[in-house]
Structure formats: C-alpha cells, structure tokens
Design a protein around this ligand. Structure first.
Ligand code: HEC
Ligand code: HEC
Length: 209
C-alpha cells in the first residue's frame, strides 16, 4: 500500500501511468469520464432513460453544492427518492472537497446541452405562476447565487417537473441541514397540482434561448 504521492513517484520510477493529482483540471476530466459520463453522457447532456439530468453549463457553485449534499446525505436519502439514490453513491465516490471543486469548474465549462421540450403544458398559464419564481430564479431563469437559486435554463423539462414534485412532497429539501432546499419547498407548494407544474416548466422552457 502506497500513499498517493509515494505511488506517484513509484509510478514515475517504474514508468507506469498514475491517476492525476486530486483537484487538478486533469483529475476532473478523468473523473468526469470515469464516474459521471456513464449516466450524464460524455457531453453532460443527460439520459432520460435513467432519469439523469443534463448538467452541462450549470454554474460551479451549484454543482459543488449539490455534490456536497448528495455526498453528505442531505439530498438523495429520502426513501421515495429513487433517482437521488442513484446519484448519491457517485458523489460519495468523489469524496474529497478538492475533487468536487474541480468537477464543478469542469461541468460549468461544458457547453449547455438542454434537450428539446417533452412536457405538454400551457406556457401562457405557466407564465403567471412564474412571477413568484422570479424573486430567486430571475425573470430570465438565470438564477441567483446569492440566494443559492440555480439557473433553470440548462436542465430538461421532465427533470425540472420531477424536482418540483419532490420539493412539494418533501422528498427533496426537507432534510434538516438543507437550508437552501427549505427556501424552495414552500414555492413548490404554491403549485396546486401536476398540471400547474407542467405549465410553469413549459414557460421555463421558453427562457434562456
Ligand atoms: C448512476 C448514474 C449517475 C452517475 C454515474 C452520476 N449521476 Fe449525477 N445524477 C444522476 C441522477 C439520476 C440525478 C437526478 C437526481 C434527482 O432526480 O434528484 C443526478 C443529479 C445530478 C446533479 C444535480 C443536478 C441538478 O440540477 O440539481 C448533479 C450536479 C450531478 N448529478 C452531477 C454528477 C457528477 C459530477 C457525477 C460524477 C461524479 C455524476 N453526477 C454521476 C445519476 C448519476
Ligand atoms: C425563495 C427563493 C426561491 C423561489 C421564490 C423559487 N425557488 Fe426554486 N429554488 C430555490 C433554491 C435555493 C433552489 C436550490 C435548492 C437546492 O440547493 O437543492 C431551487 C431549486 C429549484 C429547482 C430544482 C433545479 C435543479 O436543477 O434541480 C426547480 C425546478 C425550481 N427551483 C423551480 C422553481 C419554480 C418553478 C419556482 C416558482 C414557482 C421557484 N423555483 C421559486 C429558490 C427559490
């Protein structure tokens, strides 16, 4: 058993390839290909078959905050959160803070890959409910880091609708340590039913183009 730095020197001596140093851009690119691309795709465009959202272009602050939440069990531990449980072990595999930071920078730099709309909703009706959302996610959906509100212009619609339902039913954002999730929960509760969620996300899909 070698310490990482010892094994790096050892690798040089014997001419073996070694894993990149934790926290470097090379490390992030390597981990993304190995650990993230199998579900989120090589370009970060997501995969609806396994409910993995597009993540390309999400700001680094949000990616790192969510990776910390998944890693620390603040997101993805509710017994109804099937998709979150799929993601959680992946964040636990990248446990070092430096590796998480580097992955955030890497994901932010990937060109946004938002897929075409799939949810049938009434965007005009949704626009009225979106008025409440602008306080944090802004009128153009670009988000506000000061309020920890992510942009809503990068992810696919089926994912956004699913997250609204999770927040509404306490599957996401109800963990006692999830302070930013707690600000989003009551907002999802203002949306009466599935149709209201579909409508507001149909409107969100018209933003950021
Ligand atoms: C086994 C499949 C799988 C792998 C591998 C995986 N993810 Fe995920 N990821 C998911 C799923 C499914 C979700 C959606 C969870 C939900 O619905 O709450 C998700 C959600 C996320 C989110 C939250 C997006 C948002 O808008 O809130 C981020 C960020 C993320 N993944 C980044 C990563 C990174 C970085 C890696 C590599 C370290 C990775 N994922 C590996 C399946 C995976
Ligand atoms: C008080 C501020 C606030 C308001 C108002 C608000 N949100 Fe949020 N929203 C947040 C925060 C903070 C998060 C991120 C929570 C986390 O870190 O998990 C979030 C997350 C989300 C997500 C999940 C995004 C993702 O990538 O997983 C969706 C979807 C969303 N909000 C939609 C809405 C909609 C639609 C409205 C209006 C009905 C709304 N929000 C109003 C603060 C707000």
């Amino acid at each position: 058993m070698f310490h990482r730095s010892t094994s790096a020197v050892f690798g040089l001596l014997v001419g073996c390839s070694t894993a990149p140093t934790v926290g470097t851009p090379e490390d992030a690119a390597y981990r993304f290909d190995e650990t993230c691309a199998p579900c989120h795709g090589a370009a970060g465009a997501g995969n609806p078959e396994i409910a993995a959202p597009a993540i390309a272009g999400l700001p680094a602050w949000y990616v790192t905050s969510q990776l910390h939440k998944f890693r620390d069990g603040v997101r993805g531990t509710h017994f109804d959160d099937i998709e979150g449980m799929r993601m959680r072990p992946m964040a636990k595999a990248v446990f070092e803070d430096a590796a998480i930071d580097a992955l955030g920078t890497f994901v932010e730099a990937l060109p946004s890959q938002r897929p075409a709309p799939t949810v049938a909703g009434d965007a005009a009706a949704g626009q009225a409910s979106y008025a409440t959302c602008t306080a944090c996610h802004l009128a153009d959906g670009s988000g506000n880091p000061a309020l920890q509100a992510p942009p809503l212009t990068h992810q696919p619609d089926w994912y956004l609708v699913k997250q609204l339902a999770k927040f509404k039913h306490g599957v996401r954002g109800a963990h006692p340590k999830d302070t930013s999730g707690a600000t989003m929960r009551p907002m999802a509760q203002t949306l009466a039913d599935e149709a209201a969620m579909n409508n507001v996300i149909a409107y969100v899909m018209t933003l950021g183009k």
